[in-house]
Design a protein around this ligand. Sequence first.
Ligand SMILES: Nc1ncnc2c1ncn2[C@@H]1O[C@H](COP(=O)(O)OP(=O)(O)OP(=O)(O)O)[C@@H](O)[C@H]1O
Ligand SMILES: [Mg+2]
Length: 222
Amino acid sequence: MILLVGGEKGGSGKSCLAQNIAVYFANEKHATVLIADCDPQRTTSDWIQARNNDPKLVTINCIQLYGKIRNDLLSLNEHYDYVIVDCGGQDNLALRASMSVADHVLIPMRPKRRDIKTAPHMEDMLSTCKMVNPKMIASFVITQCPSLPNQAGRIIEAKEVCASFGINVLDSITYARNIYDDSEEKGASVMETEPDGKAANEIRAIADEMLAIKQELSYEFG
Ligand SMILES: Nc1ncnc2c1ncn2[C@@H]1O[C@H](COP(=O)(O)OP(=O)(O)OP(=O)(O)O)[C@@H](O)[C@H]1O
Ligand SMILES: [Mg+2]
């Protein structure tokens, strides 16, 4: 399965989600996982480097890929259970090439107006890519949500606006928690920092919900 974590808004949590989901699949689903870091900023490659310095952490394979990476992803997909693609914050060739082969595109979106304003452009790109990759499933996931009860309306509103573009919106979300930033710094995932913590369960819920959608659709369409 090729999972692309993409979107054009910087800082929405693409790398963070890609890394945490990779560890979840590797450690808890006992799957073989490769992360393709397509971001010239190399955020995930740096995370891998920090991770490799800690012998207690399970090794996650990572390669850097840029440009026309469609065939690279297809052949890597033959060798791994999950190929997780971390595309940086720009609408570039690697992002479009990944969309053309991805099984699932996960688009993190903060519940902020400037971020949500990018949804129409994402929808546009996705519908173009669907012409060559009709099996692709795309989902928005609302990230870094405020946890104050009086802010709950913002999360609901963000979900509604995203859904209005005809793209699936996951029920599961992430709240803004320091543990994401702190784990990243050590090359770890939130599940390794605090296995029973709230953030760990957010990641598990997002990944499981995504897999469930795929399964549901494959039952429907065979
Ligand atoms: N749920 C969260 N709670 C708190 N901080 C978060 C959360 N998700 C991500 N972050 C933090 O936000 C920052 C940006 O996240 P990240 O690097 O994953 O974004 P990105 O979308 O990959 O950015 P870019 O477009 O630059 O690649 C990081 O410091 C990360 O630790
Ligand atoms: Mg990133």
